[in-house]
Design a protein around this ligand. Structure first.
Ligand code: ZN
Length: 241
């Protein structure tokens, strides 16, 4: 299978459309979504519809949970709370049903999918450091675990005697190694590259690539401003932070 990997779409329709267009020329025959379809952006309903149309393996993120009242809003920043309040008003019953149907962890023969850490997955711990990755690897019983949440492309590799970060965004999965792969965010990148991020996982060729594609940021920002969403959320899209 060649999987297109998307994560942290955050209701950014222009970014999601650009990513799906880019994946269309990549002989993709399956999609993986690491959560946070909604929150922050101006098109939660449209993004849910698009993800549904992909028939993706998909897990719930913390914003998806907050939008259906499965998570206490006090966990979120002030601007995130504002956007979530607005998001709740935009969701149809079907949208809510879809978000409620999402599991926290999806496991197949080829991969594990989770929004954040595997330990206490419903508490959405971040995995930034080698030590956090070390703990997470103890729970991984597949070659690869795909995650989101930090909005920054990051790859951890566990070999027989060490754990390291992989510096390349195009690489082959090595025999006897395991990987935690975060392909970054479609709709709100935070690695100072404002272009939408996505990935491709070829489970036969055993390769991963993380790619970027530009999208109409200004259009997204105008829609967010018109919706009355917090300006800090609007502005950060232009700098990718
Ligand atoms: Zn997110």
């Amino acid at each position: 299978m060649r999987y297109g990997i998307i994560s942290d779409i955050h209701a950014n329709l222009e970014a999601l459309t650009a990513v799906i267009d880019a994946l269309q020329s990549q002989r993709i025959n399956g999609y993986l979504c690491c959560g946070d379809i909604v929150g922050y952006g101006a098109n939660p309903h449209e993004c849910i519809e698009l993800v549904k149309s992909l028939n993706a393996f998909c897990v719930a993120g913390n914003h998806d949970w907050a939008a259906i009242d499965r998570m206490d809003m006090s966990w979120f920043s002030f601007s995130a709370q504002k956007s979530l309040e607005w998001t709740k008003q935009q969701l149809t019953k079907d949208d809510g049903d879809f978000l409620r149907s999402l599991e926290l962890i999806v496991k197949t023969e080829d991969f594990i999918l989770v929004h954040s850490g595997l330990r206490e997955a419903g508490r959405f711990h971040y995995v930034y450091s080698i030590n956090q990755a070390l703990d997470m690897f103890s729970l991984i019983d597949r070659k690869i675990c795909l995650v989101g949440h930090t909005h920054a492309p990051t790859i951890f590799k566990k070999a027989a005697s060490y754990i390291d970060m992989v510096g390349s965004f195009e690489f082959a999965l090595e025999k006897d190694c395991q990987y935690i792969v975060n392909v970054g965010s479609v709709g709100q990148p935070r690695d100072y590259d404002p272009r939408a991020a996505f990935g491709i996982f070829d489970s036969v060729a055993k390769t991963i690539s993380i790619k970027r594609v530009p999208y109409d940021i200004q259009k997204t920002q105008e829609k967010m401003t018109a919706a009355g969403l917090p300006q800090s959320l609007v502005e950060r899209l232009a700098i990718g932070r």
